[in-house]
Design a protein around this ligand. Structure first.
Ligand code: ZN
Length: 330
């Protein structure tokens, strides 16, 4: 089988949660649908957090309802993920009808308390509580270890701490564990070490990596993760993103740039790069930004595509999503 990597699209959640522009619900729905048209099959679409703290995510339930009204996403094999920070968020997510829940625990005590108003131990206790509830409800369940490479408040994060958290999560039966560089301070060698530590601590869990490109090491880190056998990466169309509780946080690795790198390496992503670029450009327009951080939107694909290939992408720009799938290579 050809090598492949799964890209989880996180722009609707990580991307929009920190942006000064409050996108209307219908635009959030369109963003998810454009990601689907580009080939995304797992999408972190919403978060269930305090709307006073993160007003950008206040309409999570309405976004999910809008998606149900617009498209039969389960029939297309699409799984929508909702991010939660506590039991209350989990209960909202279960009622709102996500396919998967992504719980967060932060590797540093100070950041965990600022991000979710609880200690690490309290957060772990809530995760242990919801793992069986998610299973009963038929929901996928992952946990992201945030700030696993460094903390904006405490500085260096000990990799042994990341391993301890992974071991706890494994003991609860968490199926997927993500290692997140929330503030973009990681480097490829640190990625290789942390993946090794987490894999040893949680051998049964699927590993996912979540990189921010704050210091321009994002794609190098993504490649390093790939070399260690990690098969799931988070990425964000246009490279938007950031954490409202992490000072000076910037965007995730851009989906389109990540797709370009892996597809040139002969690694299948399941996406169509043209559609992804067009979705990122559309997002830039909606956010009122001349250029998002992603580079492919400016540079274009290589080798240059034929006019026939471009036609499908133009249909996508016009918004006729029912036509958009027809010309797409899987
Ligand atoms: Zn993030």
């Amino acid at each position: 089988m050809a090598p492949q990597i799964e890209i989880v699209e996180v722009s609707p959640r990580d991307g929009l949660q920190n942006h000064p522009t409050l996108l209307p619900t219908r635009d959030k729905v369109q963003l998810v649908l454009k990601a689907v048209a580009a080939g995304a099959r797992r999408i972190e679409a919403v978060s269930f957090v305090n709307p006073k703290a993160v007003p950008q995510m206040a309409d999570a339930e309405a976004v999910l309802q809008g998606l149900k009204d617009e498209a039969d996403l389960p029939a297309q094999g699409v799984r929508l993920i909702g991010l939660v920070l506590n039991r209350r968020g989990f209960d909202r997510a279960a009622v709102a009808g996500v396919d998967e829940v992504n719980f967060v625990v932060v590797a540093s005590e100070t950041f965990n308390q600022r991000n979710q108003g609880a200690s690490i131990d309290q957060t772990l206790a809530q995760i242990a509580e919801v793992v069986p509830l998610a299973a009963q409800a038929g929901l996928g369940m992952g946990v992201t270890i945030a700030a696993a490479f460094g903390c904006p408040f405490e500085g260096e994060v000990d990799e042994a701490q990341v391993g301890r958290l992974a071991a706890e999560l494994a003991s609860f039966g968490v199926a997927e564990i993500a290692i997140a560089d929330t503030i973009g301070v990681g480097d490829p060698a640190a990625v290789v070490r942390r993946v090794g530590i987490v894999r040893a601590a949680a051998p049964a869990a699927r590993l996912r990596c979540h990189f921010h490109n704050t210091r321009n090491t994002g794609l190098a880190n993504a490649y390093a993760a790939w070399t260690t056998g990690v098969e799931v990466l988070d990425a964000s169309l246009g490279g938007i993103g950031g954490c409202p509780f992490a000072p000076a946080a910037t965007g995730n690795i851009p989906t389109e740039d990540t797709l370009y790198m892996f597809s040139r390496m002969g690694i299948a992503t399941g996406y169509d790069l043209h559609y992804a670029i067009d979705a990122a450009r559309w997002l830039g327009e909606r956010l009122g930004e001349a250029a998002l951080p992603g580079m492919l939107g400016r540079a274009g694909v290589f080798p240059p595509s034929s006019p026939g290939e471009r036609r499908g992408a133009k249909i996508c720009v016009a918004g006729h999503l029912e036509d958009a799938g027809s010309g797409r290579t899987p």
